[in-house]
Design a protein around this ligand. Sequence first.
Ligand SMILES: *Cc1c(COP(=O)(O)O)cnc(C)c1O
Length: 369
Amino acid sequence: MTRNSDDRRFAELLHHRRDRLAQGDPITPPLVSAATYHLPRVDQGGFMYGRMSMPTWEEVEAQLAILEGGDCVSFPSGMAAISAALFASVSAGKRVVLPSDGYYTTRLFAEGFLRPFGVAVDYVATTAVEAADFTGAGVVYLETPSNPFLDVCDIAAVAARAHAAGAVVIVDNTTLTPVLQRPLELGADIVVAADTKAPGGHSDVLFGHVATRDAAVLQRVKDWRKLSGAVPGAFEAWLVHRGLETLEVRMERMCASAAVIAARLAAHGRVRGVRYPGLAGDAAHAVMLRQAGGFGFLIGMELESAEAAERFLAECPYLARSTSFGSTHSAGERRARWGDAVAEGFIRLSIGLEPVEALWAAMAGALER
Ligand SMILES: *Cc1c(COP(=O)(O)O)cnc(C)c1O
């Protein structure tokens, strides 16, 4: 189902420790939570203090670097990665162009902590950003497909125009993960992502990362982590390392099931509308074919009202009624309850690992009731 599932990097990821192993070393990375390290001298490198670097971060960063095609810095959450990338890229007087329809908390962050420090914050819809005016922009920030409505933009086209205007391009790649989309290869300068979602994959860890090929940006993001103290815990890094080992096979199942479910929802009389980039008629389809290796596991479905949507979620035994997405279990949430600019009956579905016919039977039954 994913068009890049024979990519060698998914094999490399599983063997990335190979060349560093000595006789008797564990094959899996040890969980090292030490805050302090043997340090008779400070001029010989190595680990010193846990806020500066930690062995278990480096293991997960090595995996992420293989997937992203760039250097990676890990963070304790997606928002910690996003705020690090923004603080590393903006200063007073700069203009930041953010998606008006992306992850809500990113906008709250910009309003609460960028604008008060003299950063000009502008919002552009994801579908309008290809033609937007970037004059004076220091940062153009994209989220494609956007969460929750799954609108997309052409990353390479926007990056070319943003670079011509002198802006840095940051892409929040959470909804597809680097298994399906690699913005650095499409011309983005910085990738941010919530590994809380599919990469961790089991709803039991918060984590995030920044990826870049720019050495100066990398240094600034690392300095931000060290000086702000927004450091991930060793156990969380270890859990995400474990999650990343199965990410590609989980994505394969989740995307294959999402394609089946989306097509059946689109044909169902009780469903008013479906957003899934894999549907040939979806507005996102052509761009996704060009820049992503698959269409993801998120589906937007609209029922006639808030009541109908809540009833459907309550009646379906295989949809966890929770926020967030990308976990082993399918989940559904009516997004208007958070104030997202979507219809009252709009549900964001995250398709998980359940056998697809069992999942569909549960959903169809809930739609009929
Ligand atoms: C969840 C999410 C985030 C934030 O991640 P946290 O780990 O919750 O901080 C950022 N961007 C997108 C698109 C998300 O879905």
